[in-house]
Each structure stands twice: as structure tokens, then as C-alpha cells.
Design a protein around this ligand. Structure first.
Ligand SMILES: Cc1cc2nc3c(=O)[nH]c(=O)nc-3n(C[C@H](O)[C@H](O)[C@H](O)COP(=O)(O)O)c2cc1C
Length: 375
């Protein structure tokens, strides 16, 4: 797709009346810069029961920013879908929900967990936990603009260790009419460091009547199933686990059925997943855009295999999807100028932890419009 073209935003005409929540209904978490339409489609094919968009700037929507609509790109098949918004102005968030409903979206989430400076500076994301009264005003505005129970909230524990206030906020959100909450049990200050405090998820389950989804350190199906058993959460959201291994959703369901989940991805399976991801990117965009995206996506899947640096160099220089395909084949077969290919001959890729880059998230730094009707 050329940048000037209007993105295709065509939600399913029939939106589900309820979202699928359950131990055997793993979700794809919101992942700025990653949970775009092709990746969501891939994850759905691999068993994701529901997907959340990358976070979308409510202000960006008001400014009708092309990049914001690009984040909202969807097709009828991409359902059930939850749109995650970020912002810190109640009027703007309420307006955004109404605008998105006009467009055909039905399910919404508010980001109360992102600690990236460009989001936190606006008082949005995890910074909302600094000002619970404003957070509640924003929540109420979204809830009033949506159908009952159609708005959820994704929280961290608090801004830092000295201000852990998630439970108070979550109880107030429940009173206000939240349909569901997701807890990533770390403080904003902790970022992605240390271990997620799953015990807070167990506490959320004890104290809240609405469904609780668990997020945090779910790198593989074993983690997701263990988290459900240890916390009693109503469901899980895979984030970094899905980025490294989109088949985690199938593996999760298999594990619940009592089938063992392998620790390593067989090379053939890895090839199939990458190829399918390539096809989906190609289907929803131009070859130029697909090439650009794939240069960063392909190394992510094979990052634990020796020789990824050379693979990256080759991908940067390649000019077509066909060429990219060939380079990947050579890499997996161990014949990319003698480097890499640890998994080429029936080997496998190790699951690896994944440190997030700074996500992009639509038009969060647009100039203010003169007339802002929600004010
Ligand atoms: C690259 C990246 C982008 C993310 N983008 C978002 C986002 O847009 N909205 C959000 O609520 N959380 C976002 N998160 C947080 C994840 O949804 C999830 O809560 C977090 O990664 C913890 O889960 P994990 O440890 O299993 O990865 C992001 C995480 C990563 C790694």
C-alpha cells in the first residue's frame, strides 16, 4: 500500500455479542508495531481466539491521521477484534469510541499499562494510574459510548513500587461497568524486567467479579497453562510468546488437552510460519511495504539461530519477495555463505526471550486542532 492511500478498515458486519473468554481461548495481546492485520490473521490461523489491535491514539483518530487509520486496518475475517485506545482525555476517548462504532467496531480496551515516554508524557498508558480519578472519568466516558460490557482495561500494578494501586483502580473500573480487565503484573518502573508478579493476578481473581485475563512472562504454552492453574485467571493473552512463536495458541490448546508441547520449533514448522506470514503481509499490502516489514520480521523468528546478523545484512540488500524467500531457504538449510542454518537439517530454533523495542502507535504527537468538541 502506498502511504498516501487510505487504509482498508472494514470490520466484520456482524460483531460477536460476547468475546471468547476461557482457558482454552488464548488471546493475542496488543503489541504496538506488531499486532497488525497480517500478524493477527496468522495468529488466528494458529488458534488465537481473539486479537487486540496495537494501541491506537484517540487524539490521532480525532485528527483523522492516516497512520492512526493504518493501525486500525482490518477485514471482516479479522474477528473477534478488540480496539485498544490510549489517551488521557475523557471527552476525546468517549468521542473515539463513538467514531469507531460508526466505523463498525464494537469492542474496546483502554491502555493503562504502556510506559513509553511519548505515551506517558500525555498522562496516558501507565501514567493514568497516577491520577485514578481522571482514569475513571476516561473509563466512564468510554463505557457510556459503548454497549454495556464492551469496554475492557489493561493495567499494570502501579507506577512504581511505592504506588501500587491497581486493585483500587480495578475495583472502581468494575463498579463503573468494565467488561473485563487484563493485568500485566509489573509496575511501570519495572518495565519488562524481573519476573511478573502472578500472585497479583490470583488476587484480582479473588477480588473482582468480572473476568480477569493474565499477561506477563507467557513465553510458551507451558507458561500460559501454568499461569492459569496458579492464578485461576479466566484466560491468558500471549504477547512476546506469540511474537517468537505464533503457534503458541495451538500449543496452548494441545497442552490443555494433555498433549505435550515441544520446547523447540522444528525447522519445517518455522519455515511454514514465516512463509505464511510473508503471504499475509503480501496480501494486505504492496511488495515494497511487504519487503520493508519482512526485513525486520524474519530475523525475529530465527533470532536464536547462529548467523542471524548475516541474514539481516542479506535481507537489507534484497529487492524482491522471491529473493527474500531464497535467502531464508538458504539460511535455514545452513548454506547462507556458510553461516547459520543450525536448524536446517531437521534441527530446530530455541525459544528465546524478546526485549521489546520502542513501539510506534499511530499519531500521538499531532498538533492540536483548534476546535476539540469533547472539551
Ligand atoms: C513490542 C511490544 C509492544 C507492546 N505493545 C502494547 C500495546 O500496544 N498495548 C498494551 O497494552 N501492551 C503492549 N505491550 C505489552 C504486552 O501486551 C504484554 O502485556 C507484555 O508484553 C507482557 O506479556 P509477556 O511478558 O508475555 O510478553 C507490548 C509489549 C511488547 C513486547
Amino acid at each position: 500500500m502506498k502511504l498516501s492511500q487510505r487504509p482498508v478498515v472494514e470490520p466484520a458486519p456482524e460483531q460477536p455479542a460476547r468475546l471468547p473468554v476461557g482457558w482454552d481461548r488464548p488471546w493475542l495481546a496488543p503489541l504496538a508495531g506488531y499486532s497488525d492485520l497480517p500478524f493477527r490473521c496468522l495468529c488466528r490461523e494458529e488458534g488465537a481466539a481473539c486479537c487486540v489491535t496495537e494501541m491506537v491514539s484517540a487524539k490521532g483518530l480525532w485528527h483523522d491521521g492516516l497512520n492512526t487509520w493504518k493501525v486500525l486496518e482490518t477485514v471482516p475475517w479479522d474477528t473477534p477484534l478488540v480496539v485498544q485506545l490510549f489517551g488521557a482525555e475523557a471527552g476525546c476517548l468517549g468521542w473515539a469510541v463513538r467514531r469507531l462504532r460508526e466505523q463498525g467496531f464494537a469492542w474496546f480496551d483502554l491502555n493503562m499499562g504502556c510506559s513509553v515516554p511519548k505515551v506517558a508524557r500525555q498522562g496516558a498508558g501507565s501514567a493514568m494510574l497516577r491520577d485514578p480519578d481522571n482514569a475513571l472519568a476516561c473509563a466512564r466516558a468510554m463505557i457510556a459510548a459503548a454497549e454495556p460490557g464492551h469496554v475492557s482495561f489493561k493495567l499494570r500494578l502501579g507506577v512504581n513500587r511505592d504506588s501500587v494501586n491497581w486493585l483500587d483502580v480495578a475495583l472502581r473500573l468494575e463498579d463503573a461497568g468494565a467488561g473485563l480487565v487484563t493485568l500485566h503484573p509489573r509496575t511501570a518502573q519495572e518495565g519488562f524486567g524481573g519476573q511478573a508478579h502472578w500472585e497479583a493476578i490470583a488476587e484480582a481473581k479473588r477480588r473482582l467479579g468480572i473476568p480477569v485475563l493474565a499477561s506477563g512472562d507467557l513465553f510458551a504454552a507451558e507458561d500460559g497453562v501454568r499461569c492459569l492453574k496458579e492464578t485461576g485467571a479466566d484466560g491468558v493473552m500471549y504477547a512476546r510468546g506469540a511474537l517468537a512463536r505464533p503457534s503458541v495458541f495451538k500449543e496452548h490448546k494441545a497442552l490443555l488437552r494433555g498433549e505435550p508441547a515441544g520446547k523447540e520449533i522444528p525447522a519445517g514448522e518455522l519455515r511454514r510460519l514465516i512463509r505464511r506470514h510473508m503471504e499475509l503481509i503480501g496480501r494486505f499490502g504492496s511488495e515494497d511495504n511487504a519487503l520493508y516489514r519482512l526485513r525486520s520480521i524474519v530475523p525475529r523468528y530465527v533470532r536464536s539461530i547462529p548467523g542471524v546478523r548475516l541474514l539481516r545484512q542479506r535481507l537489507c540488500a534484497c529487492q524482491s519477495l522471491g529473493e527474500l524467500d531464497g535467502i531464508l531457504d538458504a539460511f535455514l538449510a545452513g548454506s547462507l555463505a556458510g553461516a547459520g542454518g543450525a536448524c536446517g537439517q531437521g534441527g530446530s530454533a530455541r525459544l528465546d526471550k524478546f526485549d521489546p523495542p520502542l513501539p510506534s502507535c499511530g499519531d500521538s504527537s499531532l498538533p492540536d486542532r483548534e476546535h476539540e468538541p469533547w472539551k
